[in-house]
Design a protein around this ligand. Structure first.
Ligand SMILES: Nc1ncnc2c1ncn2[C@@H]1O[C@H](COP(=O)(O)OP(=O)(O)OP(=O)(O)O)[C@@H](O)[C@H]1O
Length: 459
């Protein structure tokens, strides 16, 4: 029996919850993606654990299911645990006037998404596996630690504490551990949930005087994973309960895995004894992304979406969208959606057009130093070499490119630019500008590299 069936006006409640879920989705996917794809959804009703939604067109339905289905289910479950699966149907004009039961309208099994979770935990995103995680310098340590914990039979590092900035893959790694353990040891009880949900369940248990079964649920698991632990900062009673749950599990040799946006010692409004406990096992951080990692993620994602994205577009995106991986994925989704809708190929021009707002927010005022850094990353040369007097061809050319771009993209004069390149004379800069123009006119591939660099730096 669902809770909703006992409420006087469940449609009203679903509407309120949809607002709550929408806010989470906007936060995660950005306003533009939300408006384009998810806002058109209509919440119809909830029956036997299935939440029925309608959309205006088949295209939107397919797109939402393929790209946001799991996220949608995940947040609906967090807002209302009674939701077990979703069903999406195209709202045809004819069906509006007819009295058709939801089951009739949503009969196709491939249109539903089933939950995959333990009783008290949250749903796991099926895309968040180790196989789908792209490893690079910034996350290799956290990845290796997560894999070791997932593969070991007894707790190795307890707890494993993963931390890093927004959208860098903490949740992805936690889900990957859970999937792996569930696959290899299906009998093990693995619970994944956010700290917010832990608190919510704890408060509910207090309210219904049911703390015994709350403790029982959490203290009998083999692996407990709590995401976004920073959330319980300042929530003293929850911290207290969390501390005891944590100790009980560790004392019983059960694995605890946690994530947060900061290291244990930097967590705010957290009891000292809890902070020190959190740092007991292995603390692994995920660093901000590098260009190579961003490019790797884009390639993997495009491949999984089975879309052909030109190399220069990927390189451009990897250069421009440096905030986090969530935004990078969102950008690629937007471009793919756009070109699918208008039926055109993906080009640098369409990319710039479609992502105008996003690109602007990733822009900064451009300095010669920014250009030098970008050029070094692009050609894989060291900054010290770029600024040196070495005359090796593989250093001279990037240096000239950096000078050329500094001239066309900043308002600096030739002597000013020369000074930024270890005090070179303005004639050297002028020579570089002419040289790059000359080579670009003859060599198409070189010209295209310059174009990518220029676009990725431009405001
Ligand atoms: N290394 C990676 N390879 C592939 N995808 C990644 C990688 N890192 C992050 N992602 C993707 O980026 C998105 C955001 O990642 P995730 O939700 O794990 O971030 P988070 O660090 O938990 O962020 P938050 O602090 O906001 O909770 C997800 O879709 C995830 O699959």
């Amino acid at each position: 029996m669902t809770v909703l069936s006992t409420l006087p006006d469940s449609t009203e409640l679903l509407k309120i919850l949809w607002k709550e879920v929408s806010e989470k989705l906007i936060h995660e996917l950005g306003e533009t993606v939300f408006k384009s794809w998810l806002q058109p959804l209509n919440v119809e009703n909830l029956e036997d654990g299935c939440l029925y939604l309608t959309v205006p067109t088949r295209f939107v339905k397919d797109w939402v299911l393929a790209n946001y289905g799991e996220k949608l289910l995940y947040h609906w479950k967090a807002a209302l645990p009674e939701v077990k699966k979703l069903a999406i149907k195209v709202q045809s004009v004819a069906s509006e006037g007819l009295k058709i039961s939801p089951q009739d309208r949503f009969s196709s099994p491939e249109e539903t998404l089933d939950e995959q979770r333990e009783d008290v935990g949250a749903a796991l995103d099926s895309r968040f596996t180790f196989e789908n995680f792209v490893v690079g310098k910034p996350n290799e340590f956290a990845y290796a630690a997560a894999l070791r914990v997932a593969e070991s039979d007894a707790p190795l590092f307890n707890p494993l504490f993963l931390y890093g900035g927004v959208g860098l893959g903490k949740t992805h790694l936690m889900h990957a551990i859970a999937w792996h353990i569930k696959k290899v040891h299906p009998q093990r009880k693995v619970i994944y949930l956010s700290a917010e949900k832990f608190m919510y369940q704890f408060i509910r248990a207090l309210r219904y005087k049911d703390t015994v079964s709350f403790k029982e649920q959490f203290r009998t698991v083999d692996v407990l994973m709590i995401d976004d632990v920073q959330f319980i900062g300042g929530k003293e009673t929850t911290q207290e309960e969390f501390f005891h749950t944590f100790n009980a599990l560790v004392d019983n040799n059960r694995q605890v895995i946690m994530s947060a946006d900061k290291s244990p010692s930097d967590l705010e409004k957290m009891e000292e004894r809890l902070k020190s406990r959190l740092a007991w096992g292995l603390v692994a951080d995920i660093h901000p992304t590098t260009y190579e990692l961003r490019l790797g993620v884009l390639q993997a994602k495009a491949e999984s979406m089975k879309v052909d994205v030109p190399k220069e577009v990927m390189e451009f995106l990897a250069f421009k969208i440096s905030s986090n991986i969530r935004e990078l994925e969102g950008a690629l989704n937007r471009i793919v959606a756009h070109v699918t809708l208008v039926g055109r190929n993906i080009t640098l021009d369409t990319t710039q057009d479609v992502l105008r707002d996003l690109l602007r927010s990733n822009d900064r005022r451009l300095s010669v130093e920014d250009i030098q850094k970008h050029v070094c990353e692009f050609y894989n040369v060291k900054m010290s070499d770029l600024l040196s007097s070495r005359r090796l061809q593989n250093i001279v050319r990037p240096r000239q490119v950096a000078m050329y771009l500094s001239k066309i993209l900043t308002s600096k004069s030739l002597p000013e630019i020369g000074r930024k390149f270890s005090g070179r004379d303005h004639t050297t800069v002028l020579h570089a500008v002419k040289k790059i123009q000359e080579i670009s006119a003859k060599d198409g591939e070189f010209a295209s590299d310059i174009d990518i660099l220029r676009r990725s730096l431009e405001n």
